[in-house]
Design a protein around this ligand. Structure first.
Ligand code: NAP
Length: 342
């Protein structure tokens, strides 16, 4: 049966509700229960790991038996596995729901298959309604499912001749105000800002996301990787969020732990040693290079060894955007697959 007008409206509303939920380990999901006549019986959304899923949240607002013959409109395929909560597909079956309209298939290895379970129980299932809007809402979560780790952006500022600092190690500031303002906005769109101990010791960065002197509403968690101690009076210790320190060089382990903490997007801000390791280990999904019309010369290159020995092994990039920012240029690029690079 085609999706009705009432179901379409309900999906728009469910997407709004989904956005109320937090970004984190679980996707943001909204659900509406409609009566057979198309009236809204209950609304629900997921409030984060360990709390009821959206469908169960909505069903929980109804008297026993009230969902019999009803339609559930959900922004993600009802899950099929027992995690911290039971499978939502079974909860819908148990409640006697007769029809389920959902937006996006669940890509999870363990959680997918809810649609099949519902069909097998005789429920009418209609997938794909406003799938693109749902995909956009949970794009970062979907990236984590696909990559098996948070999505990593590696960013640096460089002189036209490819240096990340002057010979004495000073690098503040290579780029101008417009480029730096752009960095702050992109920081605020991520969940964690990562630097190496070398950058902490050289630059004493605050790692806050700001508009001028004003802190932006969302502050990603600051993360420092490396064995050396961060000084007690370091600026990042005054960050509004408790910094995370990883005295290790195992970047996979760091990303695993950040994922466990619900981090979906990581913004690596250097320095050259750490940025190079993320790239060399294939842990870089996007590159942001802010290029300033200035020459620094010397040995402090924006990247060090990334494991390229000959030109055949060059890490080719696909450029998504060339963006002038004041006198500077931002290049947004991502690794080419072998085929694209050739
Ligand atoms: N232009 C820019 O965008 C920019 C950005 C940031 C910094 N900088 C400049 O870069 C310079 C600092 O460079 P840097 O390369 O020393 O800084 P860095 O990359 O921030 O720190 C290097 C340190 O990271 C730790 N580390 C963590 N994981 C690692 C791994 N897998 N492999 C190797 N090391 C790992 C090591 O610390 P431990 O030895 O403590 O274990 C290593 O010594 C400064 O001059 C700063 O001003 C420029």
């Amino acid at each position: 049966m085609a999706v009705t007008e009432a179901e379409r409206h309900a999906m728009t509303r469910a997407l709004e509700l989904a956005g109320n939920g937090p970004r984190g380990l679980n996707p943001q999901v909204g659900a509406i229960i409609l009566s057979p006549a198309g009236d809204v019986l209950a609304e629900g959304w997921h409030r984060g790991a360990g709390t009821p899923h959206a469908e169960v949240d909505a069903l929980g607002k109804l008297a026993p038996g009230a969902a019999r013959g009803a339609t559930a409109v959900v922004t993600l395929e009802p899950c099929n596995h027992t995690g911290r909560t039971g499978p939502c597909s079974q909860a819908l079956i148990d409640a006697g729901v007769g029809r389920v309209v959902y937006a996006l298939d669940d890509p999870g290895e363990l959680s997918s298959g809810g649609g099949e379970r519902l069909r097998a129980a005789g429920v009418d299932v209609e997938p794909g309604e406003q799938a693109e809007a749902s995909r956009a809402l949970i794009a970062d979560w979907l990236d984590v499912q696909r990559l098996g780790r948070p999505r990593v952006t590696v960013k640096w500022a460089q002189s036209l001749d490819g240096r990340a600092a002057a010979s004495d190690g000073t690098s503040q500031w290579i780029t101008g105000a417009a480029a730096r303002a752009d960095v702050h906005l992109r920081r605020a769109a991520s969940d964690a800002i990562v630097v190496g101990t070398g950058t902490v010791l050289a630059d004493d960065p605050s790692l806050t996301a700001r508009d001028g002197d004003v802190l932006l509403p969302h502050q990603p968690v600051p993360v420092v990787i490396g064995a050396r101690e961060t000084p007690a009076d370091a600026a990042l210790r005054r960050h509004p969020r408790e910094p995370l320190f990883y005295p290790t060089r195992d970047l996979h382990a760091v990303l695993d732990d950040l994922r466990e903490r619900g981090v979906q997007r990581v913004f690596v801000e250097g320095g050259p040693t750490l940025a190079s390791r993320f790239i060399a280990e294939g842990l870089c999904d996007d590159v942001l290079a802010y290029i300033a019309p200035v020459l620094l010369g010397g040995a402090r290159l924006a990247l060090t060894d990334i494991g390229v020995e000959g030109i055949d092994g060059a890490r080719r990039l696909i450029v998504d955007e060339w963006m002038p920012l004041g006198a500077d240029l931002l290049v947004i690029a991502r690794p080419a697959t072998t085929k694209e690079g050739n």
